[in-house]
Design a protein around this ligand. Structure first.
Ligand code: AMP
Length: 210
């Protein structure tokens, strides 16, 4: 399954829940890149300045990462992709990676208008260790800056500032919306309203999958 949506639309939060519900891995390319940065790998060194600016990392690099990840045994029964594909080139390549075996991809697009995104993202906080996602008003950690799940520090992501968010939104409109059109043409796209409490959006997602 694939999640498409602008930054801050709730893809990560909802993908994590669905992954628990279906028992398949949640594969977030953004999380993978942030891990590479934290570990100081070559990939991390290449990706960090691009991400901080709100631009997209190259298709070649991303396709390589996802190909390796989907080849791991835990992804064999299924997977939830969050943040990939983000360009038409990536979507076309994904088709060749997954082939025609098994069930067809399900593609979910979370619809959230731009003005709501900027407000959401500037209040978003993320666990620096396990990636759990919080919102300072709607879903704050129980104890200030401490992750409820793992106790690590909860921080604002380097690219969760207004300037980078505007660039990320621009990249979404220009490069990722054509991906939604690509799947719509294949009758695989399910559009879900992403406005409202997390539980309500999750219910809508479950209904759209039924
Ligand atoms: P996310 O956590 O999904 O918001 O991704 C954070 C950043 O990682 C993006 O703004 C991009 O710079 C980079 N990134 C993540 N996934 C991709 C992808 N599929 N293609 C290109 N860049 C990506």
């Amino acid at each position: 399954m694939i999640f498409i949506g602008p930054p801050g639309s709730g893809k990560g939060t909802q993908a994590k829940r669905l992954s628990e519900r279906f028992g398949v891995p949640h594969i977030s390319t953004g999380d993978m890149l942030r891990e590479a940065i934290a570990e100081g790998t070559e990939l991390g060194r290449q990706a960090a300045p691009i991400m901080a600016e709100g631009k997209l990392v190259s298709d070649d690099l991303m396709i390589g990462i996802i190909k390796d990840r989907l080849a791991r045994p835990d992804a064999a029964p299924g997977f939830i992709l969050d943040g990939f594909p983000r360009t038409l080139v990536q979507a076309e390549k994904l088709d060749t990676i997954v082939g025609n075996d098994g069930e067809p991809l399900r593609v979910l697009q979370l619809l959230v208008p731009d003005d709501a995104i900027v407000r959401r993202i500037t209040l978003r906080r993320t666990c620096s260790s396990c990636g759990a996602i919080y919102h300072l008003e709607n879903n704050p950690p129980a104890s200030d800056s401490v992750c409820d799940r793992c106790g690590a520090e909860v921080i604002a992501r380097a690219d969760d500032n207004e300037e980078a968010v505007r660039k990320r939104l621009e990249a979404f409109h220009r490069q990722t919306l054509p991906v939604a059109t690509f799947y719509k043409a294949k009758s695989l796209l399910r559009e879900v309203d992403g406005i409202g409490p997390v539980d309500e959006v999750f219910e809508r997602i479950e209904k759209s999958l039924a």
